[in-house]
Design a protein around this ligand. Structure first.
Ligand SMILES: *Cc1c(COP(=O)(O)O)cnc(C)c1O
Ligand SMILES: [Zn+2]
Length: 408
């Protein structure tokens, strides 16, 4: 039996198909390409029970991933992140069934590790030598790590304002790092030009079809952890939207294989008020978004003024009775504090935005009392130390702690 049931690449806009074993970027029509599998054959060869007996990494879904040879699997042990019940925060906000899938535990501290693990593995399999990418930081850190592990060169271009730690990640992993005095869209232009000139493999978000295949494993895991079922609402901090598109794709694949029933969650795309192109488009019931001017937010991973896959994100929202919502930075930071104090979770601002959104949607009544709500925390707060202010008192070495001021 083959390791992967990858069959071809397909354009979700015009339906053109491409050979998956040749390097392709975008469709001739300009749309991203999606990987397709022989799902009927996969369903005959592997069952949910088989998968559940395998090692707890995202490679347990290997039949539905694009890597054909074991030797090309580049892994740091990524996958099977915990789903944590948020009982105290849930009670506080009348969300009786509130959960958080904590992607902060992955290598490099964000869910970008999923896309990088699968993307780098497939790039290696297809013979790429130099990978080039724009990033808001976290993808750069993750791809630099997996490229190092694979023995490939990575060239990373990120905005000067991207979180400092992600620079250090790229540097320590030996990638070629460049900063741009602009946004991720500017970094993308530089990376694209260099790729065309030098023949490098452009791994920009959705410009190659395999990063999304890694990210979709969040959907497989979610269903498996939910007992081969799904929650009522999935709240996702949306930048390029690859995670949301990926989770939706995974659910559709699992439905086609009979792994889950017809029920789908309502997807919520959360954006920051300072950069909310998907929300604006959703409010207008538009099929695509427009470039957001002067984008700015503390949640750097979702500071994407125009996403190549915007039409796929919007389609997922419309098809699942979902919605988009913007939350201001002040609420994001308040939610980050709350998750830390109430639940012991130091999440990234993007993940905190998901809680801020759920609170709004519950107040509005869009989330009902009995709804099971799953928040995606896309990364650890440890990568964003500048989002919290600590001003501890300094005690002289021969001094004493103010024990009378502190009660249990
Ligand atoms: C990249 C990133 C996002 C947005 O991811 P998409 O799936 O591309 O929308 C959210 N949170 C963090 C921490 C990120 O690094
Ligand atoms: Zn096309």
């Amino acid at each position: 039996m083959p390791r992967s049931f990858l069959s071809h690449l397909e354009c979700p806009q015009c339906g053109t198909t491409y050979d998956a074993d040749i390097i392709h970027h975008l469709c001739a029509c300009g749309s991203p390409l999606l990987a397709r599998y022989d799902l009927a054959a996969a369903a005959r060869e592997v069952s949910p029970a088989d998968v559940s007996r395998r090692a707890p990494s995202l490679w347990r879904y290997r039949e539905l991933l694009p890597v054909r040879t074991d030797a090309c699997e580049v892994t740091l042990g990524e996958g099977m992140t915990p789903i944590v019940p948020l009982v105290r925060a849930g009670t506080l906000h009348r969300l009786a069934h509130l959960y958080l899938k904590d992607e902060g535990l992955l290598p490099s501290g964000t869910f970008k590790a999923r896309g990088a693990a699968v993307g780098v593995s497939r790039a290696k399999e297809l013979g790429a030598k130099v990978l080039v990418m724009p990033t808001n930081g976290n993808a750069g850190g993750a791809w630099a790590a997996y490229a190092a592990r694979a023995g490939l060169r990575a060239v990373v271009v990120m905005p000067e304002l991207a979180p400092l730690i992600t620079r250090h990640e790229c540097a320590v992993m030996g990638s070629h790092l460049f900063l741009v005095d602009g946004l991720i869209t500017d970094a993308g232009r530089l990376a694209g030009r260099a790729a065309a000139q030098a023949g490098w493999y452009d791994v920009s978000t959705l410009k190659e079809p395999y990063r999304i295949e890694g990210k979709k494993t969040m959907g497989y895991e979610m269903a498996e952890q939910w007992g081969w079922s799904v929650p009522d609402v999935v709240v996702y901090p949306t930048g390029g939207g690859v995670g949301l598109i990926g989770i939706y794709k995974a659910l559709q694949e699992m439905q086609a294989m009979g792994w889950i029933g017809p029920k789908l969650p309502r997807f919520v795309a959360v954006q920051a008020a300072g950069c909310a192109p998907i929300v604006r488009a959703w409010e207008r019931r538009a099929a695509v978004s427009e470039l957001w001017a002067d984008a700015a937010t503390v949640a750097f991973g979702i500071n994407v003024p125009k996403a190549l896959g915007d039409f796929l994100v919007l389609k997922a929202l419309y098809e699942t009775d979902g919605r988009a919502i913007a939350v201001p930075d002040a609420e994001i930071l308040a939610a980050q504090q709350e998750l830390a104090r109430q639940e012991g979770l130091f999440v990234c601002p993007e993940g905190a935005a998901a809680l801020a959104a759920a609170i709004h949607l519950r107040e509005e009544g869009w989330i009902a009392d009995g709804d099971q709500v799953l928040l995606l925390n896309t990364g650890t707060g440890l990568k964003y130390p500048e989002t919290v202010a600590a001003q501890p008192a300094v005690i002289p070495a021969d001094g004493e702690l103010p024990v009378d001021d502190i009660r249990g």
